[in-house]
Design a protein around this ligand. Structure first.
Ligand code: AMP
Ligand code: GLY
Length: 380
């Protein structure tokens, strides 16, 4: 039976009818809509936060205020509700400056303005409504994924996303054009610092407010010269970061999620991850992140899957009587694992080359920072 995943009652009824032992809520919209709350009220084990804690992703203003109240390192900011107030607030910031629409925007509601004119244009385009204006942070980005069961928080994995649509991180922001895991730039020391200064204080603050967080907390970090600072939280596994993390997880993943859902994280063995690298390349439909070309035919996925270590995940495809066609912006996620970063990357692109999808495109430089580091380390 198909139910609307954001219809809390319908999802809870279905879970009860099927006697579901565990419900894992993947995307943000049902979490923010309170599907977790309805399932918990129905007595189900749920992986994913209730609506109150999902505000960490649902409202940038909520997260910024929580950081402010708890001394969590993040960019300086002001919250405004009208375009006029936003324009006025610009005076407090230098250039570049960051303009963020407050609400779920699938990663696309953010403008990093490189000039005052660009900032004003972003504000004009956003119109009146809640907005956060923010100081620009300088550094390299990395994502930290932590499992949280309300009280206990443990790091699971790191990853690096590629948000811009164009080569060399240029052009508009997207939901993510590729990722890899682990992200060695987030060293064990920096990871520890981010857990202690960012993730754990957040978990404590939500528990103290009686809106505990349960699920996976995805901290988007900027590694600045002053240490890691929080750019944003997501309350889910990240797309395509999820594709790059999953193949590295060893052991019983369902049991791990169940331990999170039932508050037993402190009692179980810490999750085991392989030392392999995983690299994910997104193939998107021409036009993305604007209006993507729809209906383009896709062939030879099987050939891509012949490349060792490769998995092809479908994100926006549809099987029609004429075969597989594109239906959506990000169409396929091609993930490859290998013992070295360079090999994982090479395998992923070898697989991409097999796929016959003339309406599609991908970035050819996923992992460029890591590649550059590896080359620097290898040069005399
Ligand atoms: P967000 O949706 O908040 O993650 O923002 C999307 C992207 O915009 C981030 O991944 C960063 O690349 C960039 N960004 C957001 N906030 C800042 C900031 N304060 N300083 C620099 N870059 C930022
Ligand atoms: N790839 C970024 C996200 O899932 O929000």
């Amino acid at each position: 039976m198909a139910v609307d995943p954001c219809d809390a009652r319908a999802v809870a009824d279905l879970a009860r009818e099927r006697s579901a032992g565990l419900v894992v809520i993947g995307p943000e919209a049902p979490l923010v809509a309170g599907v977790g709350d309805a399932l918990r009220e129905a007595g189900c084990a749920v992986f994913g936060p209730n609506a109150a804690a999902a505000q960490l992703e649902g409202s940038k203003g909520f997260t910024k205020d929580l950081c402010g109240a708890n001394g969590i390192p993040t960019a300086g900011y002001v919250r405004v509700h009208t375009a006029a107030a936003a324009r006025h607030a610009l005076g407090q910031f230098g250039i570049p400056v960051v303009i963020k629409a407050d609400g779920l925007a699938a990663g696309k509601g953010v403008t990093v303005a490189m000039s005052r004119d660009e900032a004003e244009a972003a504000i004009a385009a956003a119109g009146d409504g809640p907005m956060v204006i923010e100081e620009f942070l300088e550094g390299e980005e990395a994502s930290l994924f932590a499992l949280v069961d309300g009280e206990t928080a443990i790091p699971l994995a790191s990853a690096q996303d590629h948000k811009r649509v164009g080569e060399g991180d240029t052009g508009p922001n997207t939901g993510g054009m590729g990722a890899y895991s682990p992200a060695p730039v987030l060293t064990p020391q920096l990871e520890q610092q981010a857990m202690d200064e960012i993730v754990r204080p957040t978990v404590r603050a939500l528990a103290a407010a009686r809106t505990p967080f349960s699920g996976v907390l995805y901290a988007g970090l900027m590694l600045t010269s002053e240490g890691p600072k929080l750019i944003e939280y997501n309350v889910r596994f990240g797309d395509p970061e999820c594709e790059a993390i999953m193949p590295r997880i060893e052991g019983d993943f369902a049991e791990l999620l169940h331990a999170v859902a039932t508050g037993r994280l402190a009692q179980i063995e810490p999750p085991q991850l392989s030392n392999d690298y995983a690299v994910t390349v997104i193939v998107a439909a021409r036009g993305y992140p604007g209006t993507p070309a729809s209906g383009g035919s896709i062939r030879a996925i099987e050939a891509a899957e012949q490349v060792p270590g490769v998995t092809v995940s479908h994100a926006g495809t549809e099987l029609t009587p004429d075969g597989l066609v594109a239906k959506g912006g990000r169409v396929l996620a091609i993930t490859a694992t290998a013992a070295s970063f360079a090999n994982a990357r090479a395998r992923a692109y070898r697989a991409v080359d097999q796929i016959d999808f003339s309406d599609g495109f991908c970035r050819t430089d996923i992992g460029w920072r890591e590649l550059q580091r590896a080359e620097l380390a290898a040069s005399p």
